[in-house]
Design a protein around this ligand. Structure first.
Ligand code: DGJ
Length: 677
């Protein structure tokens, strides 16, 4: 349907965006914020109406959907490209707008630069999430080198104040960092070749009275920046970070960016809720719907590489008795894999540890009523492996440069058909031969020089392609995305996977902050959260089983320890934790999530609906006050009444004054069910 009006208007449930359509130009950003009433548009057009400041081009260039370069827009451009140094300026000469309901495609053609850029926007009225992507087409006769193509260019209002982004490292993911927005540019760029532990591809911007969120659905290099615009607003761009020479488009060729999910809500909790709804809508579950998230047992920290079939069967017995529903055999099961120095690539069972293959163990696990899951790390190769000896050229490398190993491993060139085919054959063979219901898909290093020509993008697309092929041919198999814990948590890989391994750090105290950061972007049912051993392997700290249960509760619950070594008391407590998780998982995983902080270091989160919430209260450090003040619960409806435990409360009391809590020690928690009457 051709668009005819002056305005492109999209309404969500609680947000609105408006662009001004100007013939022959990129549409101008007018508004993105809280929902405006139907029919409300800007009082006047922007084009040619605002006064020209001194020392300015005579042709005004307001902030647009795809800002240009070299033609009077002096802010960051939405595109940087050239043909051997020529055709580097960008300014639309034609604009075509197609709108169909909540979806808009704006195609900008530049006859001088001989390119076309199509920005696709779609605002989901239910989640209030705007999905944006951009396609660049080379309409010239020579190759076009691309340095930057913004996946989305988003407007932030003049009252935007701070940006909350997430940094971190292996074992310490989702470290929240708050920066003040000023006239200096704010920028985060990741060049590690996968999503990374230390640079989450998204952020939340806190403005007066509202909050904005955006995240890039991409598992490779990425960049986002927020740049002050000289009308007082800010522009927020997100996209794939390209290495020099990485993208050269042949005549007629296109480059489509990853998608950006963006949203505007009342506060950071609203942003998280909208993101959760959007990610849920993108999920591809076996059978088209999520079934209750099964309790996991993962063998890694209990066994590491020390696999022994009889011991693992004992473990399976103990797991089944404890109420575990899925048994995941982690690293160490394949050909000569006795430590992390060898064997990646040799995806067949080790004939010393498993002389009769994995069948007997897998069958034993399933005979106990549990699913069998298997760990793999397909994109990697150890120099000490049969695969490397046969195909040394399959590892990404640059002639004249050393092969840089990390965890003793190199990275396979996932852009090559023969590499993907080999991996497909190996994995499909395992999936055909064994009753595998689940793959844990790991990726344990950053990429360095990815190929003779930089091929970071090909790497991501190759991995996605292999995942998609396996999902197509084995649709009942669920997949967990892992990269040394949380190194590949993003909305791009979520299209092919069903769980994230949030962190290799299972210490319950460390996990509190990691999981709270994670929940800003992704829903709890995808968040792998395990009860680990005490002392915790990552930190050496000891926590009670009660606290470990408490912290693992909100996510996709699992156990990662040698159950055979647990004492009677801990085993009983763990059984209680598992039973509680099973009783609550539907409410924990299908509703909304709110997070907040009370006085004196108290943290809370609530999962569910306005009718029925699971309220989890966590205290890490001991109270400093003799008497705790009430815990205010702002998400409740002040006009209703609620039951918590045996007591009835007026909603207004809980919202304004707060819930009186029993004393909590350090590393302690409380789980309460809050029901509207
Ligand atoms: C890193 C993962 O995060 C761990 O859970 C485990 O699977 C190891 N790799 C195995 O090598």
């Amino acid at each position: 349907m051709p668009h005819s009006d002056t305005w492109i208007v999209l309404h969500g449930h609680a947000s609105t965006l408006i662009l001004e359509v100007v013939p022959g130009e990129a549409p101008l950003w007018c508004y993105w914020g809280a929902r405006l009433p139907d029919g409300v548009t800007p009082a006047a057009v922007l084009r040619s109406t605002r006064p020209t400041p001194s020392f300015s081009p005579d042709f005004d260039q307001p902030f647009s959907l795809v800002p240009g370069l070299g033609q009077g827009w002096f802010g960051e451009p939405g595109l940087r490209a050239h043909r051997q140094g020529r055709d580097w300026t960008f300014q639309a000469t034609d604009c075509a707008v197609e709108q169909s309901g909540q979806q808009v495609a704006v195609t900008l053609t530049d006859v001088a630069a001989k390119i076309a850029v199509t920005a696709r926007l779609s605002l989901d009225p239910h989640s209030d999430v705007l999905t944006v992507s951009t396609t660049l087409t080379n309409q010239g006769h020579a190759p076009l080198d691309v340095q930057w193509l913004a996946a989305a260019v988003l407007p932030l209002p003049d009252h935007a104040r701070t940006v909350r982004s997430f940094s971190g490292r292996h074992n310490t993911e989702f470290v929240a960092v708050e920066d003040q927005l000023t006239r200096s540019q704010w920028r985060r760029e990741n060049r590690r070749g996968l999503t990374s532990h230390d640079c989450v591809p998204g952020a939340v911007v806190l403005a007066d009275g509202c909050a904005y969120g955006a995240q890039l659905a991409w598992s490779g290099n990425h960049c986002q920046f927020i740049d002050w615009v000289d009308d007082g607003r800010w522009q927020w761009q997100l996209g794939e970070a390209l290495m020099p020479g990485e993208i050269s488009l042949a005549p007629g060729e296109c480059l489509t960016s990853p998608e950006v999910l963006a949203t505007c809500a009342a506060d950071a909790n609203g942003v998280a809720q909208n993101f959760h709804a959007a990610i849920r809508a993108r999920m591809d579950w076996p059978g088209a719907a999520m079934r209750p998230r099964p309790v996991h047992l993962n063998t890694w920290e209990g066994f590491y590489f020390d696999h022994d079939e009889a011991a693992l069967k004992d473990l399976a017995d103990a797991a089944a008795r404890a109420g575990i529903e899925r048994f995941v055999l982690d690293d160490g099961w394949f050909h000569r894999r006795n430590d992390d120095t060898s064997s990646l690539g040799d995806w067949w069972p080790d004939d010393v540890k498993y002389p009769r293959g994995l069948g007997p163990l897998a069958d034993y696990v399933t005979s106990l009523g549990m699913e069998f899951g298997l760990w793999v790390e397909p994109e990697m190769i150890n120099p000490n492996s049969e695969l490397y000896r046969a195909h040394p050229d399959w590892a990404l490398q640059v002639a004249g440069r050393p092969l840089i190993t990390a965890r003793n491993q190199l990275v396979l060139d996932m852009g090559r058909d023969e590499v993907r085919d080999y991996l497909y054959e190996r994995l499909a063979g395992l999936l055909n031969e064994l009753p595998i219901g689940y793959l844990k898909w790991d990726h344990n290093r950053d990429l360095t020089a990815a190929g003779e020509r930089p091929s970071f993008r090909r790497q991501v697309l190759g991995a996605y392609g292999l995942l998609a092929r396996l999902r197509r041919d084995f649709p009942a198999v669920e997949i967990e995305a892992c990269a040394g814990g949380g190194g590949r948590i993003d909305a791009g890989i979520a299209r092919y996977t069903h769980r994230f391994w949030t962190s290799d750090n299972i210490d319950a105290v460390s996990r509190v902050a990691i999981q709270r950061g994670y929940l800003q972007f992704f829903p709890p049912e995808l968040m792998g959260s395990h009860v680990g051993a005490a002392p915790a392997h990552a930190t050496g700290r000891i926590q009670t089983m009660r606290f470990r249960n408490h912290v693992a509760l909100p996510g996709h619950f699992g156990v990662e320890l040698d159950l055979r070594k647990l004492g009677e008391h801990d085993l009983e407590r763990l059984g209680e934790g598992i039973a509680r998780y099973k009783a609550l998982r539907d409410r924990l995983h299908r509703g909304q999530v709110w997070q907040g902080a009370g006085a004196d270091g108290l943290l809370w989160q609530a999962h569910g609906t306005a009718e029925a919430l699971v309220l989890m209260i966590t205290r890490i450090d001991p109270q400093t006050q003799r008497h705790a003040p009430g815990l205010r619960l702002p998400m409740l409806d002040a006009t209703r009444r609620y039951r918590i435990g045996e007591t009835e409360y007026a909603g207004a009391w809980l919202v304004q004054h707060g819930l009186a809590l029993p004393p909590l020690r350090g590393e302690d928690g409380l789980v309460l069910e809050v029901t509207a009457l």
